[in-house]
Design a protein. Sequence first.
Length: 349
Amino acid sequence: MGSNPEMHTLFLPAEWHAQSGVQLTWPHADSDWNYVLSEVQECFIQIAQEIAKRELLLIVTPNPDEVYNQLSACVNMENVRLFKCDSNDTWARDHGGITMLNGTQTSILDFTFNGWGLKFASNLDNQITRKLMADKVLCGEYKNHLDFVLEGGSLESDGMGTLLTTSECLLSPNRNAWLDKKQIEVYLKSVFNLQQVLWLDDGYLAGDDTDSHIDTLARFCSPDSIAYVKCDDPNDEHYDALLRMEEQLKGFRKLNGEPYRLYPLPMADKIVEDSERLPATYANFLIINGAVLYPTYNQPANDEKAKNILSEAFPDREIIGIDCRVLIKQHGSLHCVTMQYPENVILKL
């Protein structure tokens, strides 16, 4: 695969487009991670190690000296940029800027992040992209779309004009309630220069705060293929909804009218904390230059099965597992804490 063929019109790049780097917004004592801070920081360090081997790593943190000390002995610091900035939480996928490309021109689109439909405080997170742009940490033209609520985890682009998303999230009444589905689709097509929007109407994960972000359920692996969560246990509460989701995926068509190749990822075994099922999903992987980082949950059979399927979907990339059991304690996983930026957006100091 590698990069898409260069498109000479405005487009939303796929995640496998060549990257300049990835943003992490680091967990700290004043975030919801304070009760498992050392555990979650160790998970972030593992993610940081793998990213910095291959591309730049941008870390947003109120405590850059502290984070430097955590990383300096085990991470390639030549590929790390630390940016001092306050934050509410760590979900860079949803408060990060969304990049558009137009030939050699780059735009960073800044949408409002409102804590997944006003569930959580987001006032500090919602300022991060503007501050990164103002300090020229991110390169490109700043595009203010703060009149629209949108999170990166709700969008999957094939880089060729097709967007995959979920009705549950984008039609949430606490996001853009004044717009109906048709109006939202018109908006998405206009802003992202799309030719089609594929709406998944079914599928969810218990314990998910995002109203069914697409990156927890189904992901483009190439312009021709989609990996998705498949539940084989009729006794699992997700079975019926995920079966309907699978049938809808089978009915989706590319712009040329052909069906997608589908890669079924295993459903993780139930993980419960404080009587609540946590949203463990193998679909929450991150594509970076030369590799795919995917979440593992200390379930050897499922972890290995997911790795094998991702190896088939990404034959030219190294598949690397990161133990993300701590991340699901706050109802997200690996992809949720990252935001990739294409070439020439994050520059070395």
